[in-house]
Design a protein around this ligand. Structure first.
Ligand code: ADP
Ligand code: MG
Length: 292
């Protein structure tokens, strides 16, 4: 490879707000087979909102109150959505004790002497909370709408569901269709459940979905694709996915994401615009075309 073309490519990228930290990334980009996107904060805005409050064994207001009293200890975007909803409804929150986080599953704490579990099916099942068919039906309905069902158990009894929706970034569908036009495989990875993930994927034209993946397993999923001979670009914001960014053949970090994303990525998108991820891949094709 002639270094000049790579240097020109890096310069052109910088003009477009695409920071190429490592010239090699441009050379690999041309061999890409697969672009894997993190969902939350990458394809979606990562600023979810509570859209449904369904108390089953308690009234809706109490459900929101206990959930928010626990979640005010968590930095997770879902937690922020729940706390914001409680504040918007002028609900006064209580202090909690024994707060604990289970990455990719949910949270636990005690409020007013009652133990509260909040999270996904896995978390509730691991704690032997029974989910009856009627509850499951409501959960599935929310998930079919692309919402995340946050489940709440009070003293280990299922007590209600909070439906939370995250909005797609404006350019997400266009970025996906551009990549598909370039004959790249486009996939999505998330800790969210398969039904929610697939509903969102369908909306934006992504056919391959890896759902229910724990934060620590995301990089192993990238490795699994590589072992199958795929050359993988991973696009992420660094929340839960920095090891995956590092494992990928090309890590593309959303610059508005975390510092660790910027450190882990070979390409950093200065603007929060997924079309720049497409431009980055196209840039490498131009550069490599000039080298050959
Ligand atoms: P993502 O991969 O979409 O960024 P995470 O791995 O952070 O998602 O979380 C996966 C799932 O774990 C969430 O969809 C949610 O069901 C559950 N979860 C994680 N943290 C919390 C929390 N603080 N409150 C409720 N549920 C949570
Ligand atoms: Mg994420």
């Amino acid at each position: 490879a002639t270094p000049t073309a790579v240097t020109v490519g890096i310069g052109r990228g910088a003009e477009l707000g695409i920071l190429v930290k490592n010239g090699e990334a441009l050379e690999i980009s041309e061999k890409l087979t697969t672009v894997l996107f993190d969902k939350t904060g990458t394809l979606t805005k990562g600023k979810p909102e509570v859209t449904n409050i369904i108390g089953t064994a308690t009234d809706d207001k109490t459900l929101l109150y206990i959930a928010a009293s626990v979640e005010k200890n968590s930095q997770h975007p879902l937690a922020e959505a729940i706390v914001t909803k409680a504040r918007d409804n002028d609900i006064k929150l209580s202090d909690s004790e024994g707060f604990n986080t289970f990455a990719g599953k949910g949270v636990f704490a005690t409020v007013n002497g009652k133990s509260i579990l909040i999270g996904n099916r896995t978390l509730l099942m691991e704690n032997n909370v029974e989910i009856v068919d009627d509850d499951e039906e409501m959960i599935s309905k929310l998930e079919e709408e692309g919402k995340t069902a946050v489940l709440v158990a009070l003293n280990n009894a299922f007590s209600g569901i909070l439906g939370v929706a995250d909005t797609l970034k404006e350019n997400t569908p266009m970025a996906i269709s551009e990549l598909k036009k370039m004959h790249l495989e486009v996939a999505m990875i998330t800790g969210d459940n398969p039904r929610t993930a697939e509903a969102i994927a369908r909306k934006i034209g992504i056919d391959q979905v890896m759902a229910g993946v724990l934060p620590e397993d995301k990089s192993a999923e990238v490795k699994r694709l590589q072992d199958k001979g795929k050359v993988v670009a991973f696009v992420g914001d660094g929340i839960n996915d920095a090891p995956a960014l590092a494992q990928a053949d090309v890590g593309i970090a959303i610059g508005s994401g975390t510092d660790v994303a910027i450190e882990s990525g070979e390409i950093v998108l200065i603007n929060d615009n997924l079309l720049d991820a497409v431009a980055g891949v196209q840039l490498s094709e131009k550069v490599m075309g000039r080298i050959k």
